[in-house]
Design a protein around this ligand. Structure first.
Ligand SMILES: NC(=O)c1ccc[n+]([C@@H]2O[C@H](COP(=O)([O-])OP(=O)(O)OC[C@H]3O[C@@H](n4cnc5c(N)ncnc54)[C@H](OP(=O)(O)O)[C@@H]3O)[C@@H](O)[C@H]2O)c1
Length: 339
C-alpha cells in the first residue's frame, strides 16, 4: 500500500466537548482518504496546491473553514489523474480543482493524493504548466469569476476605474492583472503602499491607494469614483467602496480578510442603482469552472503570474500560513507536494 505525505487538521475531543484544532504534517496510508470518498470517482496524484487565505486559517487551527475532523486541508489540488470510475477523465490527464468542498468538508489538496469529484475537475490549459495553474488556483479562479460578473453587468473600460481591495494578496494581485489585461483602469488598495506600489503598478494598476482611505467609518453616499469593485476584505472597506460606486456600478464581494460584517445603508442601492454581487468559487458549476479557466487561458499573463508566485515545499505550508495571516506574503505561494 502506497503512503503519501499530508497535512491533517485534528480536533481534540473529551467528555467536556472538543478542544481547539491543530494541523500536523503526517504520512498517510493510501486508504486514509476513504472515509470521505463515497461519491468521489477520481483519484489524483497531487503535484501542487497553494496557501489561500482559507488554507492559512485551516493550517493554523482557526475556525471557519474546516467543518469535519480529521481533515486534510487545501482548497486547491493540481496534478495527474491516477484512476477514475467516471467517463470524463483518463489516467494521466493533468487537471486542477478549486474549492468544491476540498479542505472544508472533503479531504483537500495539501497532500500527495486527493479523491475528488471528477465533474468539478478542469483540464489544465495546454498553454500553462501545472505549477502555473496552481499559482492561479482558487485566487485566480475567483478573480476571474469576479471579472466575468463585472463584464456580465455591462461595465466596460470606458465606464471608469475599477477598485481592487486587498490588492497585494493572492486574489487581489491576480484581479489587478486580469482587469488591466481586459483594458480597465485599475486602482489598487493596499495596506502596504510603501513596499508593494511598484509590484502593483507592474501588474497593471494605474493608481495605488492606502487601504486606510477605505477602512474607517464613512458616510452612506460618497463621491462617485468606481465603475466596479473587486473586494477581498469586507467591512468596512466594502461598505465604503459601495458608497463610492458610480451610478449603476457593481461591487463583486469575494472576501472577508478584514471582517465578515456588512453594516451599510441601502442608499447607494436605491439612489444609484448599484449592485452587490456575491462571488462563490466553491460552489461554481462545472460550466462556470470551464468558462473561467478558458478566460484564464486567454488572459492570464504567465510572466506576470510567475513574478507574483513563490514556491514552498509541502512541509513548509504551515509556516507560509502563519506569514499569510500576518499579512507578510504578497501574491501567491504554490506548494509543491513532492518535496
Ligand atoms: N468568494 C470566494 O469564492 C473566495 C475565493 C478565494 C478567496 N476568498 C476570500 O478572499 C479573501 C482574500 O483571499 P486571498 O487568498 O487572496 O488572501 P491573501 O492572499 O491573504 O490576501 C488577503 C489580503 O487582504 C488584505 N488584508 C488582510 N487583512 C486586512 C485587514 N485587516 N484590513 C484590510 N485588508 C486586509 C491584504 O492586502 P494588502 O496587503 O494589499 O492590504 C492581504 O494581502 C479571503 O477572505 C478569502 O477567504 C473568497
Amino acid at each position: 500500500m502506497q503512503s503519501f505525505p499530508a497535512w491533517v487538521v485534528r480536533r481534540s475531543e473529551s467528555e467536556h466537548g472538543h478542544g481547539p484544532a491543530s494541523a500536523a504534517f503526517e504520512t498517510l496510508d493510501a486508504d486514509a482518504l476513504d472515509d470521505l470518498s463515497g461519491d468521489l470517482d477520481t483519484v489524483v496524484r497531487v503535484e501542487y496546491s497553494s496557501v489561500n487565505y482559507k488554507d492559512a486559517l485551516a493550517l493554523t487551527g482557526r475556525p471557519g473553514v474546516v467543518r469535519r475532523w480529521p481533515l486534510v486541508p487545501g482548497v486547491d489540488a493540481t496534478g495527474v489523474v491516477l484512476e477514475t470510475s467516471g467517463s470524463t477523465w483518463c489516467p494521466g490527464d493533468v487537471v486542477t480543482l478549486n474549492g468544491a468542498g476540498l479542505g472544508e468538508n472533503l479531504h483537500g489538496g495539501l497532500a500527495g493524493r486527493a479523491h475528488v469529484d471528477g465533474s468539478r475537475l478542469v483540464r489544465i490549459p495546454s498553454t500553462m504548466s501545472a505549477r502555473q495553474a496552481a499559482a492561479l488556483g482558487t485566487a485566480g479562479f475567483t478573480a476571474m469569476l469576479a471579472v466575468l460578473a463585472i463584464e456580465r453587468h455591462g461595465v466596460a473600460p470606458e465606464d471608469g476605474p475599477v477598485l481592487v481591495t486587498g490588492a497585494a494578496g493572492g486574489l487581489g494581485s491576480i484581479a489587478v492583472a486580469l482587469l488591466s489585461r481586459a483594458g480597465f483602469e485599475v486602482t489598487a488598495s493596499t495596506g502596504r503602499v510603501s513596499t508593494q506600489s511598484a509590484f502593483l503598478t507592474d501588474l497593471g494598476a494605474t493608481a495605488v491607494i492606502d487601504r486606510g482611505e477605505l477602512s474607517g467609518p464613512g458616510t452612506p453616499m460618497q463621491a462617485q469614483r468606481w465603475a466596479a469593485v473587486v473586494d477581498a476584505v469586507g467591512e468596512p472597506t466594502l461598505v465604503n467602496a459601495v458608497a463610492q460606486l458610480r451610478q449603476g456600478g457593481i461591487a463583486a464581494a469575494c472576501g472577508l480578510a478584514q471582517s465578515a460584517e456588512y453594516v451599510g445603508t441601502v442608499l447607494p442601492y436605491i439612489l444609484r442603482g448599484v449592485t452587490l454581487a456575491g462571488i462563490n468559487s466553491v460552489e461554481a458549476t462545472p460550466d462556470e469552472r470551464v468558462a473561467a479557466w478558458l478566460r484564464l487561458e486567454r488572459d492570464a499573463d504567465l510572466a506576470l503570474l510567475d513574478g507574483l508566485t513563490a514556491v514552498a515545499p509541502l512541509a513548509a505550508a504551515r509556516e507560509v500560513a502563519e506569514r499569510v495571516l500576518a499579512g507578510d506574503v504578497r501574491g501567491r505561494t504554490v506548494i509543491e507536494t513532492g518535496r
